[in-house]
Design a protein around this ligand. Structure first.
Ligand SMILES: [Zn+2]
Length: 273
């Protein structure tokens, strides 16, 4: 399966002119979901691998980061922590707060500190509030984090820490492994079902579990959208890019498709001063 770009992108989303990033046109905060286009890396990292932890040349990664940051109009390298598929979120007020930390979500109310997560199939989620208190968050949610209700936990953390309400939040769900391709075992579906807020909070969405013959597939972005709604975000405040990283391999790195040495993309968000 190969998807057609930009036809597969949902309404309101766009690929940047240089191709290094996707963004949602109407989002009020500076943000970017990187792609695999427009970089200098070769082999499994071609071309815009942004991670130094997958065996790519450091020089290529440095150049790729510069190109991406330039196009995203972000001045400095993003704050990041060690991601472990857990359900911990970390609020930071300085870059140094990330040192030695393990978490799968970052929050901040500070300007000019870009925060980011690395992904290749896992779902990247960005949250922002611009109403009263300006705050942002970035989340890395694979199936384990989703099953552990990381997203709902992060919304709660954000609201409690900064005195805002879920209904003030806007959310973007980036490219990820989706229901067309993301095959899992029944134990994964069982774990995810525990985190499903249930039909009572949702309207007319298709199911996030797809069963065909003896194959099970899941659509994490769809389940994550349900989880976000269950915390109090209005449905119209949640935008999903629509792309599947597994079948949109021209545009996205995929751990499932390319293996351990797959390049990594990032999702970044930054409050401007
Ligand atoms: Zn797919």
């Amino acid at each position: 399966m190969d998807c057609q770009i930009p036809a597969a992108l949902a309404e309101g989303w766009e690929l940047s002119p240089g191709g290094t990033m996707l963004r949602y046109r109407h989002f009020p905060v500076k943000h970017a979901f990187s792609t695999r286009l427009g970089g200098v890396s070769v082999g499994p990292y071609a071309t815009l691998n942004l991670s130094n932890s997958v065996g790519d040349s450091a020089e290529a990664v440095r150049e790729n980061r510069e190109r991406f940051l330039h196009e995203a109009d972000i001045a400095s390298y993003w704050a990041t922590v060690q991601q472990v598929h857990g359900n911990r979120s970390l609020a930071i007020s300085a870059l140094a707060d990330c040192a030695g930390q393990v978490a799968d979500a970052l929050l901040t109310d500070r300007s000019n500190i870009p925060i980011g997560v690395y992904v290749a199939d896992c779902t990247p989620i960005l949250l922002a509030s611009v109403a009263n208190q300006r705050v942002v968050a970035v989340i890395h949610a694979g199936w384990r984090g989703t099953a552990a209700k990381l997203v709902a936990h992060t919304v709660e953390h954000l609201c409690q820490s900064y005195g805002i309400k879920p209904k003030e939040l806007l959310a973007l769900i980036g490219p990820a492994a989706r229901g067309c391709c993301y095959e899992v075992g029944s134990e994964v579906v069982a774990a995810l079902r525990q985190s499903d807020p249930g039909p009572a909070v949702m309207t007319h969405e298709p199911g996030w579990v797809i069963q065909e013959h003896d194959q099970l597939r899941v659509d994490l972005p769809l389940l994550i959208k349900r989880q976000l709604e269950s915390t109090g975000l209005p449905a119209e405040s949640i935008q999903t890019a629509g792309l599947c990283t597994l079948c949109c391999s021209d545009l996205c790195f995929s751990y499932r498709r390319h293996g351990k040495s797959a390049g990594r993309m990032v999702a970044v968000i930054e409050l401007s001063s």
